[in-house]
Design a protein around this ligand. Structure first.
Ligand code: M6R
Length: 364
């Protein structure tokens, strides 16, 4: 059943190129995103007075990356909320708003309750769900199914990856509908998305650098992840994945926030996984990396291809393969999944079934 892989998590990481292809291909027509076969009317996106995204855990982290790409391409504000917060704070959701619900299982109790609340408030709901016929899929006004296949490992990997792909396609569609990007740009972005699976597949053929980095952090009691912008949102997912399966305390911080408190925790040898991928924020993040390095941190830098840092800045670097800025999140995410996996493996833990956790959280 594990297809020769030691754990389902690793198998599922390697299934991601195929899952991306299966999810993206049916939503591309004439080189542009098209959700007509999902029965998502353009008006739903175009006329939304406000856009909200709500979900739990990894699905919420996908929503944060979705926010950044939607805001960038369509210039519309997108609010992202943890479902268990959203439902109890009388959210400012009104008739005519669009609420996007993200869930692998389609059964997460808080996410389902958030969906019901949004509907009661008169919003339109669009669910991005993996499990066909699940409660969230049945109750939402429209559903975009991700085609990750069955995900068995408690730590979500391929479901997150395909959630990202749907959110990127929606962002391009929204950008076109709002007139913020033209058709040529839409086609360029969609063709980049269409190629990301192949790039990911090549990257997965040699994971030796990630495995080596995992060996350096396996004994650490605490690990920090830092990044800015989209890299910060990816850091949050990297920290969740690592803590979930390795039982190491991990925290993600916006790199620019370090000085406001967290820097006091950085002492000799504390590992910092630093994401400095997003081009326009690179210089700023590098200066934060130097701050932690000067306090003795062991820095693992995640960088774009060809970017070299001296050993005064980073102790080890992991490079993304050649790719466009638009598709960087997919590759960064896979690096962080592998880092979590090999760290937990180094500790000999039950990777597919971490203690105290369930695959589907159907109770509050
Ligand atoms: O099935 P869902 O996507 O609604 O699940 C949400 C979270 O419970 C889930 O993503 C959880 O955070 C994962 N175990 C993280 O790897």
């Amino acid at each position: 059943q594990k297809g020769g892989y030691e754990h389902f998590m690793l198998k599922e990481i390697y299934e991601q190129p195929k899952a991306l292809q299966n999810t993206i291909t049916p939503r591309v027509k004439n080189g542009l995103p098209n959700f007509s076969s999902d029965n998502v009317p353009d008006e739903l996106l175009k006329n939304a007075k406000a856009i909200h995204i709500t979900a739990c855990g990894t699905a919420m982290h996908a929503g944060l990356v979705g926010k950044s790409v939607m805001e960038r391409l369509a210039r519309v504000p997108v609010n992202v909320d943890i479902a268990s917060e959203f439902r109890y704070r009388d959210p400012l959701v009104n008739e005519g708003d669009l609420v996007i619900i993200i869930s692998q299982s389609g059964e997460t109790a808080d996410t389902l309750a958030a969906l019901r609340l949004a509907k009661n408030k008169g919003a339109k709901t669009l669910a991005i769900v993996n499990v066909v016929g699940s409660s969230i899929a049945r109750e939402a006004d429209c559903v975009v199914y991700t085609h990750a296949g069955v995900e068995i490992a408690v730590a979500s990997t391929k479901a997150y990856m395909v959630q990202l792909s749907v959110l990127h396609l929606l962002a391009v569609r929204l950008g076109l509908l709002k007139g913020m990007i033209d058709e040529a740009e839409g086609k360029r972005l969609v063709s980049l998305l269409g190629a990301v699976g192949e790039t990911l597949e090549q990257m997965l053929s040699d994971t030796s650098l990630v495995q080596a980095a995992a060996q350096h952090i396996v004994q650490a009691p605490d690990i920090f992840f830092i990044g800015r912008g989209r890299d910060y949102y990816l850091s949050m997912e990297g920290a969740l994945k690592l803590k979930e399966i390795s039982y190491i305390h991990c925290e993600a911080y916006a790199a620019g926030e370090l000085k406001h408190g967290t820097l006091s925790l950085i002492t000799d040898g504390v590992p910092v996984i630093a994401l400095a991928v997003e081009p326009k924020l690179f210089e700023k993040t590098i200066s934060n990396i130097k701050e932690v390095k000067a306090r003795g941190a062991y820095v693992v830098a995640v960088l774009s291809k060809g970017v070299m840092l001296d050993d005064q800045t980073a102790d080890t670097s992991i490079h993304l393969p050649e790719c466009d800025e638009f598709t960087q999140p997919f590759l960064t995410a896979a690096i962080l999944q592998l880092l979590a996996y090999y760290t937990a493996k180094g500790k000999g833990l039950d990777i597919d079934k971490p203690r105290n956790l369930a695959k589907s959280v159907t109770v509050e």
